[in-house]
Write a protein that binds this ligand. Structure first.
Ligand code: SF4
Ligand code: SF4
Length: 78
């Protein structure tokens, strides 16, 4: 069973600092040109396939805008 992750970004708390993109070593988060209701650029979780639920993005977010969920994925059967 492989550990996999999924994150939720609360755009109402996000200030667009980009730390989540910067510190995700798996390249799962990308800043976009889309603006939140606050008029700030928002990140998106663009690569769920490689997320390992390490929670680095959440730890580095200064505004506690990210929640990390962890699940186990069964190996593909041969
Ligand atoms: S939990 Fe880890 S791998 Fe997943 S998006 Fe956050 S920093 Fe990247
Ligand atoms: S680290 Fe937090 S505040 Fe900064 S862009 Fe990511 S979600 Fe937004």
């Amino acid at each position: 069973m492989a550990k996999k992750g999924y994150i939720k970004i609360n755009e109402n708390r996000c200030t667009g600092c980009g730390f989540c993109e910067m510190f995700c070593k798996k390249g799962c988060v990308e800043m976009t040109k889309r603006l939140s209701v606050l008029g700030l650029p928002v990140p998106e979780f663009t690569n769920a396939e490689d997320c390992i639920a390490c929670a680095m993005c959440a730890w580095m977010c200064p505004h506690v805008a990210i929640e990390v969920y962890e699940y186990l994925e069964a190996p593909a059967s041969a």
